[in-house]
Design a protein around this ligand. Structure first.
Ligand SMILES: [Cu+2]
Length: 357
């Protein structure tokens, strides 16, 4: 009902404005054509364009510098410094083009306002000009694209063998994280057909022995100064992993796993000290509008020294231990190995060693 009233109000206001315009033009026709008035209106409009140009460009530059810190977060990753540099070079080039185009556009409006007796100049074409504005942008854009492509290849290329493997899964409206566990460094196989409502939210394939020690986490723990390979997937719609301080941003696409390789350079504590804010926490957000709860789709990120990170990993319970019902999905031949790997049963080998100590 309210929207209908607002709509009718807008229609009425527009109708009134149109009537005023009609009446005033009819009055001017009745009074006879007034050349002077057009001249004044032209001058006022031309001057207003210049005022608008100075005002908006001034506001644009003031905002960009005065609020720099609110939209430019400190960098805490190795490739981040490089991608930021590329970003600022692109920004520099586009701002120069933007200012030149804006100034020329508004100054021409002022310069070439209506004047009695002035005729437009006929200017068919100019090969030098055409060549200049084709070749220069082509070279600049090619350089920007190729340097960008190199940076892209760098973050999406295969990771080194000892990279820390972590899987991030997006679903409406939460992230889940899976670690390969401490017994092996491999993530167990997954199959979306195995996802169920009883606990197997990853679709873990329990016939794969790499899956036995995998564990789930509701926080993203990352080691500092170590290559990290994020394996990213989605269970329902498009999501996007966004770790702004690490300059990591990668879509999570259902049916098409993606990945991102990076190295964090500052622990949470180091960043807290740098910002002088002991409450600071890194955050992983979703940056793809994925539905009603999109705004709440975030996860706390904790960056620690290698030692603390390993300790945290060792303290986590395997997914299989938390969901013992799934033991029946493990092939009989692998059951004992699965229980040992998941920490559900003491390793007979290690218990002998403990007794001997
Ligand atoms: Cu999302």
């Amino acid at each position: 009902m309210t929207s209908l009233i607002i709509f009718l109000g807008v229609v009425l206001v527009l109708a009134i404005l149109y009537m005023i315009y009609r009446v005033s033009s009819l009055v001017s026709i009745a009074k006879g054509y007034d050349d002077d008035k057009i001249g004044t209106a032209n001058k006022v409009n031309a001057a207003l364009f210049i005022v608008f140009m100075i005002g908006s460009l001034g506001w644009f530059f003031w905002y960009s510098f005065a609020h720099f810190d609110t939209y430019n977060l400190p960098i805490a990753s190795e490739h981040g410094a490089h991608t930021d540099l590329l970003f600022w070079i692109t920004m520099g080039v586009t701002v120069v083009a933007f200012v030149i185009i804006s100034v020329v556009m508004f100054v021409f409006i002022y310069q070439y306002q209506h004047e009695e007796g002035r005729k437009a100049k006929f200017f068919p074409d100019n090969h030098h000009l055409e060549l200049a504005w084709t070749i220069i942008p082509a070279i600049v854009l090619a350089v920007l694209i190729f340097t960008g492509l190199r940076a892209w290849n760098d973050i999406t290329s295969p990771a080194s063998k000892d990279a820390e493997l972590i899987e991030v899964i997006g679903q409406q409206f939460a992230w889940t994280v899976r670690y390969p566990g401490v017994k092996d460094k491999e993530l167990g196989k997954v199959n979306y057909k195995l996802i169920d409502n009883f606990g197997n939210e990853f679709g873990l394939d329990l016939t794969d022995k790499n899956s036995f020690d995998d564990f789930k986490s509701l926080e993203l723990h990352l080691p500092v100064d170590k290559e990290i390979l994020l394996k990213i997937r989605a269970k329902d719609v498009l999501h996007s992993v966004f770790l702004p301080h690490f300059r990591v941003k990668m879509d999570a696409v259902p049916g098409m796993p993606t990945q991102f390789k990076f190295k964090v350079t500052k622990t949470t504590q180091e960043m807290r000290d740098e910002l002088g804010n002991q409450n600071f926490n890194y955050e992983m957000a979703c940056t793809e509008i994925c539905g009603r709860g999109h705004f709440s789709m975030k996860m706390a990120v904790i960056v620690e020294e290698q030692e603390a990170y390993e300790k945290w990993k060792a303290s986590q319970e395997a997914w299989l231990k938390q969901n013992p019902d799934y033991l029946k999905k493990v092939p009989n031949a692998l059951k004992e190995a699965a229980m040992i790997k998941a920490g559900m049963q003491r390793d007979p080998g290690s218990s002998v060693a403990e007794v001997n100590e």
